[in-house]
Design a binder for this molecule. Sequence first.
Ligand SMILES: [Zn+2]
Length: 53
Amino acid sequence: MKFSLLYLLCYLGFHQHKVVDVKFGFSSSGKIITVKCKNCGITEIKKGDYKNY
Ligand SMILES: [Zn+2]
């Protein structure tokens, strides 16, 4: 049931994000951070300063 719980959390938007890449943007928007969920493997691009990741 642990498996389903992890996916339930992902479904609810609580991904276990891990930073996989950090780049500096071309504009003044700051950093571009690529994060990947350890549970479902989805990747997301974050812009700006995400100090929590
Ligand atoms: Zn996830």
